[in-house]
Design a protein around this ligand. Structure first.
Ligand code: G6P
Length: 371
């Protein structure tokens, strides 16, 4: 009923709008009185956490993309080698895991069969398994050694939205906590990143308050047969997630690519008939931003329409963007929390304009409980 949807027409729209609160709830109570980061729910002894040599993150669908974002952050902050893999691929390739591997299983529902089978396999090999999950008491956390719960509240829409954002946030918390345990980052650095994380609910709210342009853009896409999404670094999984949302909801063929791969294939399909979304990294000391800006030029030179997501006052992108979607300023590693939201809104709006049921898209299930 409308009441359950808080006055929204679809659960998905309601859940997109709940993201600031979901992030705030997932951040709640993470500071100990001495200013350090606490993750009480990790019931793995500190000595054991210190002995971790490798992290393997597994998940399916959107949760797998959250894991891709996590890899960049966790490896950068902790210096622990970190891999991410589709849960459905993990067990069948006889992976090398053991007592010094921490397996992190990400699952909104906690019931996805592929992820469950993968953690069973990991534990049989002697690995510790940490679940990142949104559903209290579900099977995956019950069969794990520890669990970090995301506090998104029930997610009804089949396509994950607030589930994704809170998974990404929980992975950041895990990375910072491991960095603290291993002392690869100083206390003040962790506090500074935590402070930036605490502004995220507000920044995501800003994105939600400025969605008019994205809503209008959707109307132009009703007849597009195909859309490309490009991103680099953590913007790459954001691009994959943008493409997945479009497939799931609008039933439009969409692909996400790493922008650096443009010349290795995708550029061959670019012409005036293929719109391209580009997630531009914040300007920083590395050259990522400039490299993605030259990708946009290359796309434009082939006549494609460019829809560019870039931070406030990034003037370098203006002349190459047919549509420019502004994002709040954040550090690169945290950008997925703000950059994903316009893509969710875009897919939801386009799908509803086409008359699709965005809460229960055709052929999809909220939780895939068979392998
Ligand atoms: C299904 C859902 C997706 C979800 C994936 C993983 O395919 O339609 O939205 O990302 O399962 O679900 P999980 O509950 O394990 O995060």
């Amino acid at each position: 009923s409308a009441a359950q949807k808080d006055g929204f027409d679809w659960f998905m729209r309601k859940e997109i709008h709940e993201q600031p609160r979901a992030l705030a709830d997932t951040l709640l109570g993470r500071y100990a009185t001495d200013g350090s980061l606490t993750l009480d729910e990790i019931r793995i002894a500190t000595s054991e956490l210190r002995s971790i040599q490798r992290i393997v993150i597994i998940g399916c669908g959107t949760a797998h993309y959250a894991g891709m974002v996590a890899k960049y952050a966790i490896e950068h902050w902790t210096r622990i080698p970190c891999e991410v893999e589709l849960a459905s691929e993990f067990r069948y390739r006889d992976p090398i895991v053991g007592p010094q591997t921490l397996v992190v299983a990400i699952s909104q529902s906690g019931e996805t069969a592929d992820t469950l089978m993968a953690i069973r396999h990991a534990r049989e090999q002697g690995s510790k398994v940490l679940a990142i999950c949104n559903t209290n008491g579900s099977t995956i956390p019950r069969e794990s050694d520890a669990v970090i719960y995301t506090h998104a509240g029930p997610e009804i829409g089949v396509a994950s939205t607030k589930g994704f954002l809170t998974q990404v946030l929980a992975c950041y918390l895990l990375g910072l906590y491991l960095a603290q345990v291993k002392s690869t980052k100083f206390g003040e650095e962790i506090v500074a990143i935590m402070h930036e994380l605490e502004t995220m609910p507000e920044l995501v709210q800003e994105v939600l308050d400025n969605q008019q342009q994205v809503l209008e853009l959707a109307a132009d896409f009703a007849d597009e047969p195909s859309v490309l999404f490009l991103g680099r670094h953590v913007g790459f999984p954001v691009a994959l997630e943008g493409a997945l949302k479009l497939k799931e909801l609008a039933y439009i063929h969409a692909e996400g690519f790493a922008a650096g791969e443009l010349k290795h294939g995708p550029i061959a399909v670019i012409d005036q008939d293929l719109p391209v979304f580009v997630v531009v990294p914040p300007r920083g000391r590395d050259m990522l931003h400039d490299k993605v800006v030259s990708n946009i030029q290359e796309i434009r030179a082939r006549g494609a329409r460019t829809i560019v997501l870039a931070e406030q006052d990034d003037e370098a992108v203006e002349q190459y963007a047919d549509v420019l979607i502004r994002l709040p300023k954040v550090q690169t590693l945290l950008q997925p929390l703000v950059a994903t939201v316009p893509l969710q809104i875009f897919a939801c709006e386009l799908a509803t304009q086409k008359g699709h049921d965005v809460d229960q898209p055709r052929n999809l299930a909220k939780s895939v409980t068979v392998e």
